[in-house]
Design a protein around this ligand. Structure first.
Ligand SMILES: Cc1ncc(COP(=O)(O)O)c(C=O)c1O
Length: 374
């Protein structure tokens, strides 16, 4: 059998950018400002410019970005936070940590993004039940594609809710020709190594056009500090971004646009090669994906098991995002009101992610397709 294919190939990417990367790391090693150093400020400016957002605040992870954004709104006990059931755990964990209640919403069966009509109905139902106060919506840009932002903005405005973009997976994607980062009141990004723009450890950022929010985020990420370092004016967290991570991300940003093109090329090859044997991912209208994940749908769990076995035998890794929707996770079950979320449940039995990364060459893509179609 030929060499196994990598699901993610950070070593190949590192070899591609080695000189620039090492030069940036050397600079940090020589100035020794390891936390919130000059590279963090440079990265914040580059990210804000890239997304045409007014402010960017680097933080220690995508999860901290979500938490800081919600802390800044004072979200807590008695508040309902609406979010998709089909997403990564961090989206639901943050409202719970702050004492709020996640309200799980079903997703669109074709794009896997939150279903705006279902969201509208959930908000009405929560208001009617009168136990929780609707406070916020977290739209998740799942797998690299944008959530239905125009509809989410209209719903948030009508209902008077804070709108947060969980863009952890989708930095670099765009909707109607503009980069994600300005679709909601604030946008949270993750730099976890497997993300389209990934560091060599944990990292994240918040984007916003609101100067007051940005100032609050800066204070909250450093223990709620005020004008001076030892003035504490609110309860905050240690949510600072390491300078070495910023240095890595600056080097990766230089090749990021080329990598997005390569990811798109692979997605198109998969679309063409797999459409006969699986449901290939539907594109969100008028958008460009960052292709963090390329997931197909099989007929059922048995067909998925068989596909994974065929792929494994051919040295092709695959992954399941997500094998269980959040409302059915032991940690969250007791916080769910029992509403049926059939699409999320169905997707978790049928979905399968294939390798997609900028260093996956044409021959490997052909191998994935051939193994899948066998
Ligand atoms: C949708 C989503 N939200 C939030 C996060 C959390 O990001 P981090 O791992 O940087 O804390 C992730 C990371 O996997 C994610 O996929």
């Amino acid at each position: 059998m030929s060499e196994p294919i990598a699901f993610l190939d950070l070593a190949a990417q590192q070899a591609r950018i080695a000189p620039a990367l090492r030069a940036r790391l050397e600079t940090v090693l020589s100035h020794c400002q390891f936390v919130l150093g000059p590279e963090v400020r440079a990265l914040e400016q580059r990210l804000a410019d890239y997304c045409a957002a007014a402010h960017c605040v680097g933080v220690s992870s995508g999860t901290d970005a979500l938490q800081i954004a919600m802390m800044a709104e004072g979200i807590g006990r008695g508040d309902a936070v609406f979010l998709p059931a089909f997403t990564y755990t961090a989206t639901a964990e943050v409202p719970l940590l702050l004492g709020a209640t996640p309200v799980f919403v079903d997703v669109d069966p074709r794009t896997f993004q939150i279903d705006a009509e279902a969201l509208r109905a959930r908000i009405v139902a929560v208001r009617r039940a009168g136990r929780l106060r609707p406070r916020a919506i977290i739209g998740v840009d799942l797998f690299g594609q944008p959530a239905p932002w125009p509809a989410l903005r209209a719903i948030a405005a009508e209902a008077g809710l804070f709108l947060l973009d969980d863009c952890a997976q989708s930095f670099g994607a765009s909707l109607s020709g503009r980069r994600l980062g300005r679709e909601a009141d604030a946008t949270a990004i993750s730099f976890f190594p497997s993300k389209p723009l990934g560091g060599y450890g944990d990292g994240g950022a918040l984007l916003t056009d609101d100067a007051d929010r940005a100032a609050l985020y800066r204070s909250l990420r450093t223990h709620g500090e005020g004008e001076t370092r030892y003035e504490v004016i609110r309860t905050g967290v240690n949510g600072r971004l390491d300078t070495l991570q910023a240095a890595v991300l600056l080097a990766k940003l230089d090749v990021f646009d080329e990598e997005l093109v390569l990811r798109e090329r692979i997605a198109r090859a998969y679309d063409a090669g797999l459409a006969e044997c699986a449901v290939v991912p539907a594109r969100v209208a008028d958008s460009d994906s960052a292709w963090a994940v390329y997931s197909v749908l099989l007929a059922d769990a048995h067909a998925r098991d068989a596909a994974q076995m065929r792929l494994r035998a051919a040295g092709v890794p695959s992954a399941i995002y997500y094998p269980r929707p959040l409302h059915d996770q032991p940690a969250y079950r007791d916080h769910h009101d029992g509403s049926p979320l059939p699409v999320s449940e169905n997707l978790s039995t049928r979905i399968l992610a294939l390798p997609i990364h900028p260093d996956l060459d044409e021959a490997s893509v052909a191998r994935v397709i051939a193994a899948f179609a066998q």
